[in-house]
Design a protein around this ligand. Structure first.
Ligand code: PMP
Length: 427
């Protein structure tokens, strides 16, 4: 690819932004090379400032489930912004959004809008601690819940990509309150709750892990965690920032039939604007200020333009058959990639849920964080660049899930598989 403009921008950015970016994984640190700068995006495609076009499997890290620049989303934003960008008093779209979320996700009897997934998870554990009067939380190796202090312990995503599992600046006294478990290990969870169950305020989990590549829950695992939490009076928190509204309309909790006490959301409900939300049982959420004493607030929370983008996106994904089609596309993509790897004699495996997938340079199955880490990342990095040169943009890290949108049609998927044939052969 010919990227003189991106190169110039990255040189300037590197002087002024840490690592040249405003969020770590964007910097291509783990795959090597330099990021390209986007000029615009449309449907399944990103266009960079040098005029190159890429089929995009990152989708802004999840929000663009209906494709980039969807005309209905843009029209809603345009209509709404003409009335003003922020009011600082309640606006009607916040009510519509709360009604939509609580209808689509029945475990959420009440909801609070925030501005990012990070804020949502931070607030959810505050509610868990405030409501139970306990201090400890449980998370899973390789799960990422944003950059809140309590979560940067054995965290996934950029923390994993950059080899920064425990960030400087997180007080040990706080990190000590975060207990970690290996994902999909039934017995380890049982043992931890037997030892420390009475001190655990809440257990937070990505029900499908999307920040350590992509790992699916074993049969009965989420139910096991549900039962442990109920038995020990701890709250079960599903972090559905990535899976929410994606793997099923009602998220992973609908797909696996689990009722968490609290849930966190982001990405899709903002349609590309900065949005997060947390919600859950009425008795818990009514303890949040101002109806209760657990404090959480936000100058821009419930922003009308963000609500408009999110609501338009939620409307699109409620079209009949939307998630079935997304599941079919995801399978077509993953099946095609596996076949192409087989042809080239490359050890390769995929994991999938509707609209999200993991790519592994190893044989399957992959069921644990350790399995996921055993993927050949050097090979992934070469494959990533091979695909980029052929106009396909995958997540620039071996540890991130990829995303398929409704704009990825048969043509885009066939083109991707064609590119993969050549990229696998070149390995
Ligand atoms: N939770 C999960 C599961 C996520 O994937 C992410 C972001 N990728 C977050 C929380 C944090 O969201 P944000 O980046 O919007 O703060």
């Amino acid at each position: 690819m010919n990227n003189p403009r991106s190169h110039d921008l990255f040189t300037r950015a590197s002087q002024l932004l840490p690592g040249g970016v405003n969020s770590p994984v964007r910097a291509f640190k783990s795959v090597g090379g330099e990021p390209f700068f986007a000029e615009r995006a449309q449907g399944a495609h990103l266009f960079d400032v040098d005029g190159n076009r890429y089929i995009d499997y990152v989708g802004s890290w999840g929000p663009m489930i209906a494709g980039h620049a969807h005309p209905q989303v843009l029209a809603a934003v345009e209509r709404t912004m003409r009335n003003g960008l922020s009011f600082g008093v309640p606006n009607p779209l916040e009510v519509t959004m709360a009604e939509a979320i609580t209808r689509i996700v029945p475990s959420c009897e009440m909801v609070r809008m925030v501005n990012s997934g990070t804020e949502a998870t931070l607030s959810a554990i505050r509610v868990a601690r405030g409501a139970t009067g306990r201090s400890r939380i449980v998370k899973f190796e390789g799960c990422y819940h944003g950059h809140g202090d309590s979560f940067l312990v054995k965290a996934g995503s950029g923390a994993l990509t950059l080899g920064l599992p425990n960030s400087p600046g997180v007080p040990a006294a706080l990190a000590d309150l975060t207990l970690t478990l290996p994902y999909n290990d039934f017995d380890a969870a049982t043992r931890l709750f037997e030892q420390a169950g009475d001190d655990i305020a809440g257990l937070i989990i990505e029900p499908i892990v999307g920040n350590a590549n992509c790992i699916l829950p074993e049969d009965g695992y989420l139910q096991h965690l549900r039962e442990l939490c109920s038995r020990h009076g701890a709250l079960l928190i599903f972090d559905e920032v990535m899976t929410g509204f994606r793997v099923a309309l009602g998220g992973a909790q609908q797909r696996y039939g689990i009722v968490p006490d609290l849930s966190t959301f982001g990405k899709i409900i903002g349609g590309g604007m900065p949005v997060g939300a947390y919600g859950g049982r009425r008795d818990l959420m009514s303890q949040v200020a101002p109806s209760g004493p657990i404090y959480q607030a936000g100058t821009l929370s419930g922003n009308p333009v963000a609500m408009a983008a999110g609501l338009a996106t939620l409307e699109l994904i409620q079209a009949p058959g939307f998630h079935d089609a997304l599941e079919r596309s995801t399978h077509a993509l993953c099946d095609g990639l596996e076949a192409a790897a087989r042809e080239a004699g490359v050890a390769f495996h995929t994991t999938r849920a509707p609209g999200m997938f993991g790519l592994y340079f190893r044989e399957g199955p992959v069921r644990s964080f350790a399995d996921a880490m055993a993927s050949d990342t050097q090979r992934f990095n070469r494959f990533f660049h091979g695909m980029l040169e052929r106009g396909v943009y995958l997540a620039p890290s071996a540890f991130e899930a990829g995303f398929v949108s409704s704009a990825h049609g048969e043509a885009e998927i066939a083109q991707t598989i064609e590119a993969a044939r050549a990229a696998f052969a070149a390995l």
